[in-house]
Design a protein around this ligand. Structure first.
Ligand code: SIN
Length: 201
């Protein structure tokens, strides 16, 4: 079984993997349009995670993970639970960065219709405001968004994901304006945002 990671699976897959292949899926864009009531927020105050949204000309960079046969059932159960708030597993074609033959991967996508967790298009500044205000059992929403931008930039420097990087910049501006000292800022290299180097988790 292959699983495509394009959000938190990029830095925290948390299941057995025997092979990783960087590459893209085509016909989608990555958007912070998913409400997160269980990882980066709560039911009362949901945060934001990413989902894939169909787009004829879109491409999304990520990593395909191969799960060893003996761990397929457990991993499927683990991921179905982890992605239970609105995501469904689908099969899509994956194009490795090294130009080798495309193959099918499973991917968790949040459908737009009949889905209370799919927020749909909203201004990026508004999404950033929501992210800086939310926290859930998996950590701060700032941590999720800044870590995602960091791993995409460092693992795939040629990828220009305007939506992701524009939201990252808005979050950094808000952190500076409001003196929000999330621990992730230091982890991903933004110590200089504050004079006193104080951080909090
Ligand atoms: C997810 O897997 O959808 C989110 C996990 C996280 O927030 O770290």
């Amino acid at each position: 079984m292959w699983v495509f990671g394009y959000g938190s699976l990029l830095w925290h897959p948390d299941f057995p993997v025997v092979q990783t292949v960087p590459g893209k899926v085509k016909g989608y864009i990555r958007r912070f349009w998913q409400l997160s009531p269980d990882h980066r927020g709560t039911e009362e105050k949901p945060g934001r995670t990413v989902t894939l949204v169909p787009d004829e000309n879109g491409e999304v960079w990520g990593i395909a993970y191969r799960v060893p046969d003996e761990h397929v059932d457990n991993t499927r159960q683990y991921l179905d639970f982890r992605e239970k708030a609105g995501y469904t597993n689908q099969l899509v074609q994956f194009y490795p960065d090294d130009g080798s033959n495309p193959f099918q991967v499973g991917v968790y996508i949040s459908p737009q219709d009949d889905n209370p967790y799919h927020a749909g298009p909203q201004p990026e500044q508004l999404i950033a405001e929501q992210i800086v205000a939310c926290h859930g059992p998996s950590g701060s929403n700032i941590e999720y968004a800044l870590r995602l931008a960091y791993v995409v930039r460092t693992m795939a420097p040629s990828i220009q994901d305007d939506h992701l990087f524009s939201i990252e910049q808005s979050i950094l501006n808000l952190c500076k304006e409001r003196k929000i000292r999330d621990k992730v800022l230091a982890d991903v290299g933004y110590h200089e945002l504050f004079d006193d180097h104080e951080t909090q988790s």
